[in-house]
Write a protein that binds this ligand. Sequence first.
Ligand code: ADP
Length: 763
Amino acid sequence: MGKFSNAMWRMLGAQATRNQSKSVAMIEASARHDEWAQGLSDGEFASAAGELDMDTEDGRVRFLALAREGGTRALEMTPFDVQLQGALRMLSGDVVEMATGEGKTLAGAIAAIGFALSGHSVHVISVNDYLAGRDAKWMRPLYDLFGVSVGALSEKASRSERQDAYACDVTYGSVNEIGFDVLRDHLALTADELVAPTPDVAIVDEADSVLVDEALVPLILAGATPAAIPNSAIFDVVSRLKKKHYEVDADGRNVHLTDEGSQLVETTLGGINLYDDEHVGSTLVHVNVALYAYYLLERDVDYIVRDGGVHLINASRGRVARLQRWPDGVQSAVEFKEGLELTEAGEVIDTITVQALIGRYPTVAGMTGTAIAAGEQFRQFYGLEVSQIPSNAPDIRDDEPDRVYDTKANKVEAVVEYVAATHETGQPILIGTHDVAQSEELAYFLERAGVTAVVLNAKNDAEEAAIIAEAGRKGAVTVSTQMAGRGTDIRLGGSDGDEAAREEVLELGGLCVVGTGRYDTERLDNQLRGRAGRQGDPGRSVFFSSLEDPLVTKNITSLREITPISPDGLVGAKGVETIEQAQRIAEAAMLTLHSNTWNFNKQVNEQRESIVRRRMNILKTDEAARQLEELEPERWAELSQTVDETVLEDAAREIVLYHLDRAWADHLAYVADVQASIHLRALGAQSPLEEFHKLIFAEFTQLVQEALEASRTTFTTATITNDGVDLDGADLHRSTMTWTYLVHENQFSAGSQALQGIVGIFR
Ligand code: ADP
């Protein structure tokens, strides 16, 4: 999938190195100002910082000296040169690669302070609320010393607490919280209800996780409307299908009816034709949704059932995703499948993808342990450059060669044997699995072999941080699903920092990381490996795979027979080659998927921005009033006799907003409809993408005009008094209850698949 030639990559590499030598020179030069920085009293510190001209080299060099002194004084951490290097590259808007344990939290805070001193407002965006809160609290003394205000968002925060947090120079928040604030502003009826500020600078922690793995996840704001009753006849017939009635694609992302299946469904539903105009956009979509829920979504892999409800597992983070729902059809289908009570259906009020959310920031920088491998995505989708920051202490982790087995059973046996033997010595072991079911299975086999493991997975995410922190204790065996975004430090010997315990584990060789199957991208493999050997500690990593792993079966269609080289099923170099080939195919498919989806989403995002601008204008000015006055001057004059000018303006605003929001929600529903059936509609026509753009464009061009017409009608017919406008009386109702959720699936992963309703989630 190389968009860039090798020569180009080398050139870009050279660029990154040049930038580093510039940083290094500045850091060296900053030592000259150490004495000045040390001489400042706490009281003088902030004003000295405030006087720096960050646009000049001298200003930046002095800033580095202040950062060094500030870290020492406020946090008892003197920033390492590599942390300053990372901060400098972030100040230039790069994504920096810094290995796990190198201290990205401090480097990110220094960069944030740097931006704030040049007059920017900064959002430090993390993967979850826990990390946002922890990092803001941890770094606060440093911010205080610099006189830079800092706040953090949390799910529980009230509107005014959120407004306060955003009013700070630097705001820590999870991508969800920030995104949902942006969406919830769509409910504001007056300007002072607005929460999300104008985006300026974003520093994205775990940048690859957020900007690549989760980029396409839509954040959704939904409102309650009278519950649409899902058609149980459809669920019912789908639940009784046999293998011959449906077909799952080789990559396991899509499922559709076979001819025989179509016939059965059509007969059962009363002799309909699924593919005629009446049913293509509705019944067939519902059937596809049900197929997806029944035959692709797996309990304990994609979701768990707890407290009588379905809880989605966030695939890229391996934990229960709170407040997440699938689109209503899928959610209901899964609930039906599990015999649970169906939850209420809702209407999408507004939605934005993570990628579009980040795209709103004029300046974006990021940090992660694995940036280089995502370089192409960063460049292609965000225009971001990547800088590799050297580690503070040399990395002495021993990455053992992969061990590939013929069958899954042989692989599991080998893992258990390896873990048991290592555990005998007392060396702590961290085992990475792909999903909850695999974690539990492995823990069971380990237990049988006499090794008790702590299982960290989506079922006990509350204790996650504490458990991970102890994974470096002598004798610990920890099994965890994906490590991406589990931003907790693993200290050898345990989190209490006991020196003797640490020494003992150092003697044993540090942390041993065991992967139970390579991931769909090498980046995730490296994230797991990176847990061992932090800050120059010893450590080792090894991956076990099998030719029956989903990575292989999903990506390699015709696998050549590979004969094991030993009785335990080890397949040697050919097996390793196969695994690596499968991974390259998976990575390329992912990239294509990302760019396809982005192409589909781009237009809707632009439309959204245009609606948001219009909405802001209505909120902050008297535009609505002036428009209605112009359209209906007589009505305006008549009302002015009895109704106060400001009340009338507010009423006009409320009417126009109502219809604009109504029109946008209808538009989103239309977009979803078109998405679900585009591959059918586009049959024989142009490419699905072109067809999609054409339909969506045509619909949108009428939207604003129609909303205005509807506003005009309401303005002339609704009752308007000094108490305001009676929308309810006019039978116009705003959603009374709203909620937010994320959708972990991709509507567009199968551009070529004709009978495509709903398609795979990320695995
Ligand atoms: P990362 O996010 O890069 O994995 P963290 O920010 O969690 O790393 O930091 C890892 C550990 O290193 C923390 O325990 C922190 O206290 C420690 N640390 C970071 N920077 C320094 C420093 N300059 N001096 C001493 N300890 C540091």
